[in-house]
Write a protein that binds this ligand. Structure first.
Ligand code: NAD
Length: 492
């Protein structure tokens, strides 16, 4: 049998203990069938370790643990218990932040400087959730002196959570933070290509004093482990982040099993718009951040760039120059901005879209090929001369792949920007508050960034319009997804 932990030597020379088991009832355990799967380092294509794969019977044990924990004072007692545990967890994440960032880089391929930024957001968010725990309040409704009516918020029960591979630890925190603050218990499935950071953090969850069964982590594949969660009759809610296709499938499974509550954070093809009056230097910086940050593996990536005619040539030249001088390569080098894509599958998908773009008649401005011959690196890619009917303009590519086009008026760009089934985010670059306000109000997207991009704060909610999802993460709105209202009407 495979060991329940492995000593891993990081490229920095440091070693750490990587748990490999399933985390159920605050213990790491082997899966029932003792099956494991390989986890690789995408920047070298070498094996890191194996982890245990949860099947239906393992998910069953995790759900039983979570269900039992939901019946304890964790969910129904003084919320200060939850606040304390979440605060402890934030402190522990802080104490382990270097190891966590390194694990994220090892497992996902992202540049270490970005992984450090992710971990900082994780710590802030868990601390913010600790603050919410004892503020999940209800209201009193006055219907006259013969009745006492109060409305309270209660947790939902066992929540299934399925996360993707592009921000493994950040997505873990966006899921478990509000669920725990509100008193729920969880069974969380990591993505098959990036299971390591959540397993490492599971030890911290235990050390923080989160009682057994409250957080259960199962590694595994979508079709088996994910499906077992989505269809489980005792799971009251499912929260999913990933592709729109899988989100649609999960919603059906949730409906057919027991009408689980569903929140979805799905794909995007977000427009990033530059007006003639923008500060061009800043705007180009935000274009680069918009599409090349995290190797373009960002649900809200600014993948459709629209530039007003007066500055189009200048922006294209500056954008090309910036793309060609970005430092790509060894993600552990702190100078590196762009690490590798997370999997061979993603690399192939992006290169496939390069061929599609050429066939569709778009002009390749830069990139369009693999960088190096080991690791899944792709050169920052820009296509120009595109139109709204092209696949490279319509479909989510999830890589460092931008399409750029020219527009004349605000109304024209609003129409193009909204001509998409997605509606996750949008960027506007202008020095005019009137233009920013006019366009922000007309764009169909859950987040509008003005003179900034990919800019998150734990207090600001995030989520999609249209096929980009439903429900919101972070901010007070996240608690709405993890509570239900109970009305109590007492005849006096
Ligand atoms: P995916 O949506 O299939 O996977 C995301 C998560 O869902 C993983 O944990 C996976 O195991 C799980 N999953 C897959 N099938 C499932 C099922 N039937 N039931 C339950 N869970 C299931 O995405 P992918 O195949 O890893 O990537 C494909 C594309 O999805 C990417 O190229 C990208 O375009 C998009 N994507 C978007 C996001 C996002 O944040 N919006 C994240 C990851 C991937």
């Amino acid at each position: 049998t495979y060991p329940l932990s492995k000593t891993i030597t990081l490229p920095t020379g440091k070693t750490y203990e990587q748990p490999t088991g399933l985390f159920i009832n605050n213990e790491f355990v082997a899966s029932n069938q003792h099956k494991t799967f390989e986890v690789i380092n995408p920047s070298t294509e070498e094996e890191i370790c194996h982890v245990y794969e949860a099947r239906q019977d393992d998910v069953e044990l995790a759900v039983q643990a979570a269900d039992a924990a939901f019946k304890t004072e964790w969910s129904h007692g003084d919320p200060a218990i939850r606040a304390r545990a979440l605060n402890n967890l934030a402190d522990l994440l802080e104490a382990h932040k270097e190891t966590l960032a390194a694990i994220e880089t090892l497992d996902n391929g992202k540049a270490l400087q970005l992984a450090q930024g992710d971990v900082a957001l994780v710590i802030n968010y868990i601390r913010s959730c600790a603050g919410w725990a004892d503020k999940v309040n209800g209201t009193l409704v006055d219907t006259g002196s013969n009745y006492l009516n109060y409305i309270k918020r209660e947790p939902l029960g066992v929540c299934g959570q399925i996360i993707p591979w592009n921000f493994p630890l950040l997505m873990w925190s966006w899921k478990i933070g509000p669920a725990l603050a509100a008193g729920n218990t969880v069974v969380l499935k990591t993505a098959e290509s990036t299971p390591l950071s959540a397993l490492y953090a599971a030890n911290l969850v235990k050390e923080a004093g989160v009682p057994k069964g409250v957080v259960n982590i199962v590694s595994g594949f979508g079709k088996i482990t994910g499906e077992a969660i989505a269809t489980h009759p005792k799971i009251k809610k499912i929260a999913f982040t990933g592709s729109t296709g899988t989100g649609r499938h999960i919603m059906k499974a949730a409906a057919e099993s027991n009408l689980k509550k569903v929140t979805l954070e799905l794909g995007g093809k977000s427009p990033n718009i530059i007006f003639d009056d923008a500060n061009i230097k800043k705007a180009v910086k935000n274009l680069v951040l918009g599409i090349f940050y995290n190797s373009g593996e960002v649900c809200c990536a600014g993948s459709r760039v629209y530039v007003q005619a007066g500055v189009y040539d200048e922006v294209l030249e500056e954008f090309k120059k910036a793309a060609e001088t970005l430092k790509i390569g060894n993600p552990f080098d702190l100078e590196t901005f762009q690490g590798s894509q997370t999997s061979q599958q993603q690399l192939d998908k992006i290169l496939g879209y390069v061929e599609t773009g050429k066939k569709e008649g778009a002009t390749l401005i830069t990139g369009g090929e693999r960088a190096g011959d080991k690791g899944f690196f792709v050169k920052p890619t820009i296509f120009a001369d595109v139109n709204d009917d092209m696949k490279i303009v319509k479909e989510e590519i999830f890589g460092p792949f931008a399409v750029i086009s020219k527009f004349k008026t605000a109304d024209e760009v609003i129409e193009s920007a909204n001509n998409s089934n997605f509606g996750l985010a949008a960027g506007i670059h202008t020095e005019s508050l009137n233009t920013a306000n006019y366009v922000a109000n007309k764009l169909e997207a859950g987040t509008i960034w003005v003179n900034t991009y990919n800019d998150f704060h734990q207090s600001v909610p995030f989520g999609g319009y249209k096929e980009s999802g439903m429900g919101r993460e972070m901010g007070q709105q996240a608690l709405d997804n993890y509570t239900q209202w109970k009305a109590v009407r007492i005849a006096l």
